[in-house]
Design a protein around this ligand. Structure first.
Ligand code: NAD
Length: 486
């Protein structure tokens, strides 16, 4: 039952999780969680008040004292339990992600499995402990460098991977000895709630992991609190920049993964069927709401003749949210209106709409897949991150021209080339200024041991999420020089 500031409703209200307990916020309701496939209101989300955010941080600060001094093997054993329970509850996550996010079964399973893999990687922390020690660096002087946890770290999450992205943050922050306060997306808060339940069952000491619900004001309260030592943000570029600037002004570290415009270069010597299937899956899978979705196809030379076959593939994309579906609805009516406006702008600005699929229902936030050609870099549909099932197609004459186009783009999250030429692939991989490159792979997301290495306006910060840099982000080096001989 929603009950905040005297407001009564039969719709459930999302709760905060502070000091090991679920709590009802006294803040105002800031929005509804709806089923994107039907428009049905499922829950409401409060905007946690500053004092509630401060209380969550205080609880994390208190927990940090004993958590950070617990033997590493003990902290890791909590993570093993956490991982085990997530694994047992995969079906709960899949159902939650489908309900709140409108994902297909495959996409929802991928969301939690990719997150689970980071928890598994964090379980290996005992084998990754890195310190340095040298005896007699000067006469009778020894030197060591140790890595210590930071303290209270916070995470701010987007809507599009409600399980995976919190799990990019929480396991590594926690095994390295920090305590954590998570602010889930107000559009899909249910998966974080499941993680809180799991942290209880895994026996995490109260305060090690906390959740505050909310939007902008809650984020501001988190960033303004002087006890917060680091912020992990994933979301759009305009908001990520604000978060990064605020963190930097306070002298705390930030890792901000942000928006994208990912280009796939199609060479005429590519394997045609593999390339067409890859482009279709990468452009329309997850309804284009992946930061690594391919949203621009760059056809080089003769490869433009593949366009009709690509349109045919788009027409075959199955809309729905069940096991056999390829693509679900968009997250919100606002996202739907934005996609439609950008597609219309392409028409007005002289592009050609080669295909625009029909929405299967007038309820919910359905749009069909869209393929647009004759696009130029000046058009809004090229400049903006659309974050929907829209593939814009450009035609260039050479690989050099394709590389120059991509390098001129302000985003640098992912890119791909489709070719059978090792020479073209090698040139592309070395000259392209994008952090994650696929060669005959459309969505080159790095596995947990490597770290997520977006660049330019897609990633601000020096230490990418997960991988070795993830451990480095959540720890600080300290050097001790000692003499015990006289
Ligand atoms: P968003 O920027 O709207 O929201 C992200 C978070 O910021 C949410 O928790 C939200 O409550 C909070 N927020 C919103 N407005 C704020 C403000 N003014 N001040 C402070 N906090 C604010 O992003 P979204 O729509 O939820 O997610 C989609 C975006 O995330 C896309 O741009 C996508 O490319 C990006 N994304 C990037 C990656 C990556 O790894 N690069 C991964 C997933 C998503």
């Amino acid at each position: 039952m929603s009950s905040t500031n005297g407001y009564q409703s039969t719709i459930p209200l999302m709760q905060n999780f502070v000091n090991g307990k679920f709590e009802t916020s006294k803040g105002p309701i800031i929005g509804d969680v709806t089923n994107p496939a039907t428009g049905e209101v499922l829950k409401q989300v409060p905007g946690s008040l500053k004092e509630e955010v401060d209380a969550a941080i205080a609880s994390a600060q208190k927990a940090f004292v004993s958590w950070s001094t617990l033997p590493i093997s003990k902290r890791v054993s909590y993570m093993f339990r956490f991982r085990e329970i997530i694994h047992r509850r995969l079906a709960d996550f899949t159902a939650m992600i489908r309900l709140e996010g409108g994902k297909t079964v495959k996409d929802a399973e991928g969301d939690i499995i990719r997150g689970l893999e980071v928890a598994e990687y964090a379980c290996g922390f005992t084998g990754k402990v890195e310190g340095m020690y040298e005896k007699n660096l000067a006469t009778d002087i020894d030197m060591m460098q140790i890595r210590e946890p930071l303290g209270v770290c916070v995470g701010i999450c987007p809507f599009n991977f409600p399980a995976m992205i919190p799990l990019w943050m929480i396991p590594i922050a926690i095994v390295t000895g920090n305590s954590f306060v998570l602010k889930p997306s107000e559009l899909v808060p249910g998966s974080a709630h499941l993680l809180a339940e799991i942290s209880l069952e895994a026996g995490f000491p109260p305060g090690v992991f906390n959740i505050v619900q909310g939007g902008k004001d809650t984020v501001d309260a988190l960033l303004d609190n002087p006890h917060v030592k680091a912020v992990s943000f994933v979301g759009s570029t305009p908001i990520g920049r604000i978060v990064y600037q605020k963190a930097s002004m306070r002298g705390i570290r930030a890792q901000c993964n942000m928006g994208a415009k990912n280009h796939a270069v199609v060479m005429s010597d590519c394997n045609k069927e593999l390339t067409l299937n890859a482009l279709t899956a990468a452009a329309f899978g997850a309804t284009g709401q992946r930061c690594m979705a391919i949203s621009v196809a760059v056809f080089v030379g003769e490869s433009i003749q593949m366009l009709p076959a690509l349109v045919q593939k788009a027409a075959n994309v199955k809309l729905g949210t069940d096991e056999n579906s390829d693509m679900g609805p968009l997250i919100s009516s606002k996202a739907k209106a934005r996609v439609e406006t950008l597609v219309n702008s392409a028409k007005i600005q002289g592009a050609k709409i080669d295909y625009q699929g029909q929405a299967p229902s007038s309820k919910g936030n359905w749009v069909g897949p869209v393929v647009i050609s004759n696009v130029t870099p000046e058009m809004d549909v090229y400049k903006e991150e659309i974050f929907g099932p829209v593939l814009v197609c450009l035609h260039v004459q050479s690989l050099d021209e394709a590389i120059q186009l991509i390098n001129s783009n302000r985003f640098g999250n992912g890119t791909a080339i489709f070719t059978e030429s090792g020479v073209a692939a090698r040139k592309f991989q070395s000259q392209i200024e994008v952090g994650q490159v696929g060669i005959n792979i459309p969505v080159p997301v790095p596995a947990p041991p490597f770290g997520f290495t977006g660049s330019k306006d897609s990633m601000w910060g020096d230490l990418p999420f997960y991988g070795p840099t993830g451990f480095a982000f959540f720890t600080r080096p300290k050097t001790v020089v000692s003499r015990f001989a006289w």
